[in-house]
Design a protein around this ligand. Structure first.
Ligand code: SF4
Length: 276
């Protein structure tokens, strides 16, 4: 059986940057998980003494708090600084951008509409920057009962599919005088998505590696599943099952944007062992 890695997979620019920042700031704690990968979080704790704090009230004056790639809510950031906590910002610049857009457009009087998951930390953060509030939707259907003013600013969660975002834009444009659409979908997500689309069309089994709560890994899985029903989302090599590879000729492998290379390599090694 041939094992093939997608042309683009794994860590994106933002995550590489955040991990480097964490490694350079030992004896600190990240506020919320830095990335959606529990194994990498454990490595940072063990090797670099970078812990994890879930409740920002736990930080004491003089502590060092690392803000995660997905960013945090504006008020909490202000409060951390007010409480005398040293803030090291590892928010990905591609997340800072929609935060800035939300604030600017809201202040200019636009109704801010965000296409994304309201419970996701990135969207909680972006929404908090819209001075006059924002509406978060996950589908066109949710827009049907909503009323907006004439001017709308549309922002997407960085991990969303372009096609889905276009559906939202197509619905809003004919119904409003002005719709400003910002392409805030991250290229890294897009590149990994294109690569999994291509690979899953030719593979007869697909392994998608990433945290179970990582939304970009779930997106990769969904795209893969459309083309290859034998698609499996795993966190690491321990979840592999040898029968997945029985009578298979071509195994495609990809990984979400928060999956470190060492986990990907472990998975490939295990697949190789299981087929020999
Ligand atoms: S997926 Fe994109 S937006 Fe998210 S951390 Fe990576 S580079 Fe930044």
């Amino acid at each position: 059986m041939k094992i093939e890695l997608a042309e683009n997979y794994g860590f994106c620019f933002g995550v590489k940057r955040a991990i480097k920042i964490a490694e350079e700031n030992t004896n600190a704690a990240t506020y919320g998980p830095l990335i959606h990968n529990s194994k990498e979080i454990a490595r940072l704790d063990k090797d670099f003494k970078v812990g994890l704090v879930e409740d920002f009230q736990t930080f004491k004056p003089g502590d060092k708090a690392i803000v995660r790639t997905h960013g945090i809510v504006k008020d909490e950031l202000a409060q951390l600084k007010e409480n005398g906590i040293e803030v090291v910002d590892a928010t990905c610049p591609f997340v800072t951008k929609p935060q800035e857009i939300a604030q600017e457009m809201s202040e200019k009087g636009y109704d801010v509409v965000i296409f994304g998951d309201e419970s996701h930390p990135e969207i909680k953060g972006v929404k908090s920057y819209a001075t006059h509030g924002a509406t978060v939707v996950t589908s066109v259907e949710e827009l049907h009962d909503l009323k907006f003013h004439e001017r709308i600013a549309l922002i997407a969660q960085t991990t969303r599919k372009v096609e889905d975002y276009m559906e939202i834009a197509n619905y809003l444009i004919p119904r409003h005088k002005e719709v400003r659409i910002f392409n805030t979908i991250c290229n890294a997500t897009f590149e990994n998505q294109e690569a999994v689309r291509k690979l899953s069309k030719k593979a007869d089994v697909m392994i998608i590696i990433g945290g179970k709560n990582s939304s970009n890994t779930k997106q990769l899985f969904n795209i893969s599943y459309e083309n290859c029903p034998n698609s499996y989302h795993i966190e690491d090599e321990n979840e592999l099952e040898s029968e997945w590879f029985l009578n298979k000729k071509h195994c495609g492998v990809t990984a979400g944007a928060s999956t470190p290379d060492w986990i990907i390599q472990n998975v490939i090694n295990s697949i190789e062992k299981s087929i020999n």
